[in-house]
Design a protein around this ligand. Structure first.
Ligand code: F6R
Length: 604
């Protein structure tokens, strides 16, 4: 949440910061700001509430320089406003700071040190920069010393990625990191920083990830990193082999639609990366999983829903019991664990603070952990023992689509590999490359016929206040993901329900024309779900059925091409994603950036 950028040693600093922020807008988009320094004591602070496009309007040719920092915000402390937008400055106007994270003890710090300082914003961040100003003046510290001192005062619960400019010292930026992501980008005669490599890929593909507790000083030709003990350290450089254009919208109006459409290609990529590449899954990982008595899948939101499908896959293909947990619940109320647990963290971004909090706890117990993520070198990837990448390409729309299906496909691949390692018949007999190929073709058929779904959305979802998705067994997992998709982008209050459970209370909410979307992909439960469809129809519901071909009747509205039953969630979710997309678009909402949300949720 929140995105930060910075650059030192580039005469196009203003435009680079703005373009970088545009790339990071998925992390937060309620306000934004930059500070650009031209020369000593000549800097420009510009802030705006709302999107980066609003910030651009605040910027004229005067705002130039070769050192700068920028921020796009997802509000934690203080409402979204120009005043609360970053950068914040010290009372004497010397220091400017951007911050991603949360300061746990900001009130105590304010009361202890800043009684005589009038804070202008309601943010926790302002306390950091005011403290830097306070100590620099009181103890005659330079910027680096003051920064070190202040991060040392932030309590254990605090998280931060921050960047600081001292307006008396041009061509320098100081940064610090703890728990929130921060990359240092290396260039020739310039250096930069960003929350996500994507923001600076046009400038460089050479990056260094700071460790928690690190502080650093950047100048155009030099970077000095110090660890938490004050030792100068070298952190490993890595390159990001990603084409900057992979994160462009191209001819699409919205990223969400582009990303829905990319799913067949992602399935094919995964077949190639994992099933057609020898030893793509580490033997050590399989050996560790074989020893486990129980798998614990930990995740949030859509990734949690992918975990529910994963449970089915691991239990059926690898015959190991699986529990799936919401990360924010597990973190403070952990279940009684099996003696030999194995943890799987599912996270598109690899940065979700709730999941990380669990990872930190279970690593203290030395339990083995694997992360499935779309972002190489992300925090959850670095801190787990093993990583399997989703290879879905950058997912920019806040509503996750292709990462969800990629997570399920990778879970299927891993579950089969584990089943094969245990020599289990069902795993041995499954031709997964062929089946995922069929899934890709089925997805393609559905996205090619998206105009039908567009019509259904117009007919049934344009004005409704609420809606239901229902399904049984694995269709229930799809139902709750489908409901999340619809509610987060269209603001229609939607619930996903176990079809048989509706009549135990919730059916009271069904009124004339309430949309109920029923998912039917299994012969075993089809008849029962159809009975539930009749029950809601009898009470006036407007029903849309999403049914697999082999079980379809003439009355069904959306027909799913048949695929292996275990993989049906991969196909069933596609029309639901499209329904959500069109419902949002037809209602005139900002599909890619729904209100109140951010893509990378780095606060607990
Ligand atoms: C919904 C959505 C969120 C994320 C959740 C976890 O469309 O994207 O529910 O799934 O915030 O994020 P990751 O997967 O990055 O850990």
């Amino acid at each position: 949440m929140c995105g930060i950028v910075g650059i030192v040693g580039h005469d196009q600093a203003t435009e680079i910061l703005l373009q970088g922020l545009e790339k990071l807008e998925y992390r937060g988009y309620d306000s934004a700001g930059i500070y650009v320094l031209k020369q000593a004591n000549q800097g420009f602070l510009r802030k705006a509430s709302g999107r980066i496009s609003n910030l651009r309007q605040e910027i004229d040719a005067k705002v130039s320089g070769n050192t700068g920092i920028g921020h796009t915000r997802w509000a934690t402390h203080g409402q979204p406003s120009q005043t609360n937008a970053h950068p914040h400055s010290s009372a004497d106007g010397r220091f400017y700071l951007v911050h991603n994270g949360v300061v746990g003890n900001f009130k105590e710090l304010k009361e202890t040190y800043l009684k005589d300082v009038t804070l202008v914003s309601q943010t926790d961040t302002e306390v950091i920069v005011q403290l830097i100003g306070y100590f620099a003046a009181k103890e005659n510290l330079d910027a680096f010393e003051a920064l070190r001192k202040v991060v040392g005062l932030l309590d254990e619960s605090s998280s931060y990625a921050l960047a600081l400019i001292d307006q008396t010292q041009p061509e320098k930026i100081w940064i610090a990191k703890n728990k929130s992501p921060l990359l240092l980008g290396l260039g020739t005669d310039f250096n930069c920083i960003c929350s996500d490599a994507m923001a600076m890929l046009k400038l460089t593909n050479r990056f260094v990830e700071l460790a928690d507790g690190d502080v650093a000083q950047l100048s155009p030709k030099q970077t000095v990193i110090e660890d938490v003990k004050g030792n100068v350290v070298k952190r490993k450089e890595f390159t990001v082999d990603q084409d900057a254009s992979a994160s462009e919208k191209g001819a699409y109006e919205h990223y969400m639609l582009k990303e829905i459409d990319e799913q067949p290609a992602v399935m094919r990529t995964l077949v190639q990366k994992y099933l057609q590449t020898p030893n793509a899954i580490d033997e050590k990982l399989l050996a560790a999983m074989k020893q486990a008595q129980r798998i614990y899948i930990v995740a949030a939101g859509t990734s949690y829903h992918a975990g529910l499908v994963g449970k089915e896959l691991f239990e059926k293909l690898a015959q190991i019991p699986v529990e799936v947990h919401v990360a924010s619940e597990f973190a403070y109320n952990p279940p009684l664990l099996a003696q030999k647990p194995f943890f799987i963290f599912l996270s598109q971004s690899g940065e979700t603070a709730d999941s990380r909090s669990v990872l930190v706890q279970i690593k203290e117990q030395n339990y083995p952990a694997l992360t499935l993520t779309n972002v190489a070198n992300s925090t959850l990837s670095r801190e787990a023992d093993y990583t399997l990448l989703l290879h879905a390409g950058p997912e920019i729309a806040v509503a996750s689509t292709k990462a969800y299906t990629a997570q399920i496909a990778v879970e299927a691949i891993l579950a089969q590999a584990l089943g094969k390692a245990k020599d289990l018949q069902r795993a041995n007999e499954l031709d997964l490359a062929q089946e995922l190929g069929k899934v890709a073709n089925a997805m393609q058929t559905l996205v090619d016929e998206k105009y039908k779904i567009e019509q259904l959305a117009k007919q049934d979802l344009l004005t409704t206040r609420n809606a239901f998705y229902i399904g049984r067994a694995i269709d229930y997992a799809t139902a709750i993901e489908a409901a999340l998709k619809l509610k987060e982008v269209s603001y229609i209050q939607t619930e996903g329900f176990a079809a048989g459970e509706l009549k135990h209370g919730t059916i009271a909410l069904i009124e004339e024309q309430t949309p109920v979307i029923a998912l039917i992909t299994s012969a075993k439960t089809a008849a029962h779900t159809r009975s539930n469809v009749q029950e809601v129809k009898a009470r006036g519901a407007q029903v849309i059925t999403i049914v697999k071909q082999a079980l379809a009747t003439k009355q069904d509205q959306i027909i799913l091409p048949d695929v292996a039953e275990l993989l049906s969630p991969l196909v069933a979710i596609v029309p639901c994603q499209l329904l959500a997309y069109y419902a949002s678009k037809q209602r005139g909402y900002d599909v890619d950036k729904p209100r109140n949300l951010a893509k990378s949720v780095t606060v607990e």
